[in-house]
Design a protein around this ligand. Structure first.
Ligand code: FES
Length: 123
């Protein structure tokens, strides 16, 4: 069974869509099922000020994506880098054991988006 937080973020996902002027983009595929998540971040003064996502995946992956875009806003890049898949799952009130692999997508796509930003903005 899914928690009410998972159902809420699945039925009403936050921050869905593309961000044409993103400062960093991370794409992550899930080797277990082939689902894919794309995460966009907007960065100002070392802080994530906005985030959006596009996910081709299961309900849990959509809920994870939605939750992680909410969690990163206002965090510094270092703080956001430390967000683990366990923390995302916890914020969603837990995920069924067979769906824990779905939370990998969010944390990994986020790390890639931050690395992409750093790559593009190193002097
Ligand atoms: Fe693919 Fe959940 S089954 S991410």
């Amino acid at each position: 069974m899914y928690s009410k937080e998972v159902m809420d973020h699945f039925m009403n996902p936050r921050n869905v869509g593309e961000m044409p002027d993103a400062d960093g983009v991370g794409v992550e595929g899930n080797p277990v099922c082939g689902d894919v998540m794309k995460l966009f971040i907007k960065v100002k003064d070392d802080k994530i000020v906005d985030a959006k996502f596009q996910t081709f995946g299961c309900g849990a992956a959509i809920a994870v994506s939605s939750m992680i875009t909410e969690m990163v806003k206002g965090k510094t890049l270092d703080e956001a880098m430390k967000i683990s898949k366990e923390e995302v799952a916890k914020a969603l009130g837990g995920l069924p054991p067979q769906k824990m692999h779905c939370s990998n997508l969010g944390a990994d796509a986020l790390k890639k988006a931050i690395e992409d930003y750093k790559q593009k903005h190193k002097n």
